[in-house]
Design a protein around this ligand. Structure first.
Ligand code: C2E
Ligand code: MG
Ligand code: MG
Ligand code: MG
Length: 291
C-alpha cells in the first residue's frame, strides 16, 4: 500500500512539474508579445513620510495582464524576462512610462514626488541603462531627482566595479539610487560606503518580524548604518501600527507597505492621492524606545 501511495505521489509531482513547465514555456512565448500588445501595466505604491505625514515617493511595480491567464505577478514573469533578456526592453519601457506619468502628475499638480523603478542585473550588464535614463528624462522634461533606481545587493555585487562606475554616471546626472531588500541579499555591507546610493530600504522580512528582539536589533543596526553613512532609510512591507510605532521610535521616518497603500494602477493611485491618503494621516503613537 505504501508503495502504491508513493507511486501516486510520484505521479502527482510529475504532473505538477509538467504543468508548471508548460505554463513557463507558455509565458516565455507570450512575454515576447506582451510589450507590443500593451499587456504590461504599471502599478504604483506610495512611500509615506510618517514625520511630516505626506507622500514622499512612489515605487513603480510591473504587472502583466495576460489576455487568457489574467494578472501575472512579477515573481513569476520577471525571472523569465531576465532569462530571455526581455527585461532590458521592458525596463526601457518602464523608465519611459514612469517619467511620462510623473510629468503628467506634476503638470496637473496632483503630486510632485520621486518615482522609483526596480533594476535587474541584466539591465546593468546591457550597458544601456544610462542612455535609457537620459532619453526618458529628456523626452518628458523630468528632473533627474524625480527618478530613482532601486538596485539590490546582488546587482551591486555581481560586478561591483562596473556597478559603481555606472551608478557614478547616474548620480552625476542627478538620478536617485536606493538599495532594495537591504539585509537579505548577497551581502554588500563591506562595500556599502563605496556605493553611490541615497537610501537603504529595510527588507520587509525584518519588518514582518519586528516584534522579535533579534529582528529589532537588526533593524536598529541598519538604521544606525544608514545614519552614519548619511543615507536615507525606508521601511518596506509596513502593515501594522505596532510596526510603525517601533520604526518611528528607532528613527525611521519613511515607510512603505499595505498599511499606507497597496500597489495601485495609475487611476487608483490618483484617487488615493485625492482621498484615501487623508485616512492614514492620523498620528500613530510612538512607542517609548527601550534603553
Ligand atoms: P520589491 O521591489 O522589493 O517590491 C516590494 C514588493 O512587496 C512588491 O511586490 C509589493 O507589492 C510588496 N509589498 C509592498 N508592501 C507590502 C506589504 O505591506 N505586505 C506585503 N506582504 N507585501 C508588500 P510585487 O509587486 O509582487 O513585486 C515583487 C518583486 O518583483 C519586487 O520586489 C521586485 O523585486 C520585482 N519587480 C517588480 N516590478 C519590477 C520591475 O519593473 N522590474 C524588475 N526588475 N523587478 C520588478
Ligand atoms: Mg523595490
Ligand atoms: Mg523590496
Ligand atoms: Mg524584492
Amino acid at each position: 500500500r505504501a508503495k502504491e501511495a508513493g507511486k501516486n505521489q510520484y505521479q502527482f509531482f510529475d504532473e505538477e512539474t509538467d504543468r508548471l513547465l508548460v505554463r513557463k514555456l507558455e509565458l516565455e512565448r507570450d512575454l515576447r508579445k506582451a510589450l507590443i500588445n500593451e499587456e504590461l501595466v504599471i502599478y504604483y505604491q506610495p512611500k509615506w513620510d510618517a514625520e511630516s505625514n505626506c507622500v514622499s515617493g512612489m515605487e513603480a511595480l510591473m504587472r502583466w495582464h495576460h489576455p487568457q491567464l489574467g494578472t501575472i505577478m512579477p515573481i513569476e514573469f520577471i525571472p523569465i524576462a531576465e532569462e530571455t533578456g526581455l527585461i532590458v526592453a521592458m525596463t526601457r519601457w518602464m523608465i519611459r512610462e514612469v517619467c511620462k506619468q510623473n510629468a503628467e502628475w506634476q503638470l496637473h499638480n496632483l503630486v510632485h514626488v520621486c518615482v522609483s523603478v526596480n533594476m535587474s542585473v541584466r539591465v546593468f550588464e546591457s550597458g544601456e541603462l544610462t542612455e535609457m535614463v537620459v532619453e526618458a528624462l529628456k523626452a518628458f522634461a523630468i528632473k533627474p531627482g524625480d527618478l530613482e533606481l532601486e538596485i539590490t545587493e546582488s546587482i551591486a555585487m555581481y560586478d561591483l566595479k562596473d556597478t559603481i562606475q555606472q551608478l557614478r554616471k547616474l548620480k552625476e546626472l542627478g538620478v536617485r539610487v536606493s538599495m532594495d531588500d537591504f539585509g537579505t541579499g548577497y551581502s554588500s555591507l563591506g562595500s556599502l560606503d563605496e556605493l553611490p546610493i541615497d537610501a537603504l530600504k529595510i527588507d520587509q522580512n525584518f519588518i514582518r518580524q519586528s516584534g522579535l528582539p533579534s529582528k529589532q536589533a537588526i533593524i536598529s543596526t541598519i538604521i544606525t548604518i544608514a545614519n552614519l553613512l548619511n543615507l536615507e532609510v525606508i521601511a518596506e512591507g509596513v502593515e501594522t501600527e505596532e510596526q510603525i510605532g517601533f520604526l518611528k521610535s528607532r528613527g525611521c521616518r519613511v515607510m512603505q507597505g499595505y498599511y499606507y497603500g497597496k500597489p495601485m494602477d495609475a487611476k487608483a493611485v490618483e484617487a488615493w492621492l485625492l482621498h484615501a491618503a487623508n485616512s492614514v494621516k492620523e498620528e500613530v503613537t510612538v512607542e517609548v524606545a527601550s534603553a
